[in-house]
Ligand binder design. Sequence first.
Ligand code: XMP
Length: 320
Amino acid sequence: MINEIKLADLDKGQFIDEKVREISAAVGDGTAINALSGGVDSSAVTMLGHRALGKKLRTVFIQNGLMREGEAGFIKGIFRSLGVEIEIIDARREFLDALKGITDPEKKREAITQTFYKDVFGRIVRESNARHLLQGTILTDVDETVAGIKRQHNVFAQLGIDPQQTFGYQIIEPLIQLRKDGVRAVGKALGLPEEIFARIPFPGPALAARIIGEVTEEKLETVRKATSVVEKMLSGRGAFQYMAILHEDRVTGMRDGKRDFGRQIEVRCWDSVDARTATPTRLPFEVLEKLAADIVEQVPGVVSVTYNITTKPPSTIEAV
Ligand code: XMP
């Protein structure tokens, strides 16, 4: 049973001091590693870890080929300005190979989990002799996994999986009592810039959570471009999260007077406090029209754009 700390009860200074002490005590004279994805959770953990361990913490950014456009360089730059050096590890081929031919959503998630924790991370940890992995699991990740809704990529103990036995290292999860709002507050208190602590959530399986059916390089390119258009257009409107989803079905469209059997992008934009429930944002129709026009213009192969108007539940925030 995890003791939830609600935002209203969170003493940020005390929380940070306590976690820094716990991380130092757990790692002792050893070294630790953490994977920074650039999301709020892993960014907050990176700052906590560096406070606790300094040079004894190695922070890596796994380039899995499933990230947003320009993400690795963007994150490296931000953390450099905070005095934290990030190592970028190119594992694109491994992830794409692992995802080949898989269409089932849970199997896709499982393939990403295994590739990340067992193959890529297992190797890094073995080579570095680190005994601990710091990661930014939050309470919502645990809830949804335990409830059997979605197998979040970063939940183990609650499923009866012992990381030490399975992967060969211990996992430290300093944010597990918090939800997203609490993590943002702690991230801000740790000195993260607003573009990070206020950043919309992004799932561990990254763009693979937004591709229905098999994940291929070509589909990743399409969803990556569409994500870029959607994020540019919908940022600054106060929505909780917004995204582009690439559907597997094709639909007949027309381009330059010719039939074009093309791809469909579904835009989702959510109002939510903690991701447990969510409602679609009532975007002005002109914004939706502009989104559609920009997506079909800027994303090759797309002939149809739709907007999701279903609440969570029964929908979930991501599509996979
Ligand atoms: P769903 O799609 O389950 O998403 O309604 C709830 C929130 O969690 C994010 N999400 C994930 N975060 N690992 C994560 O760290 C995951 O595997 C994962 N799947 C979904 C999602 O973006 C939303 O904010």
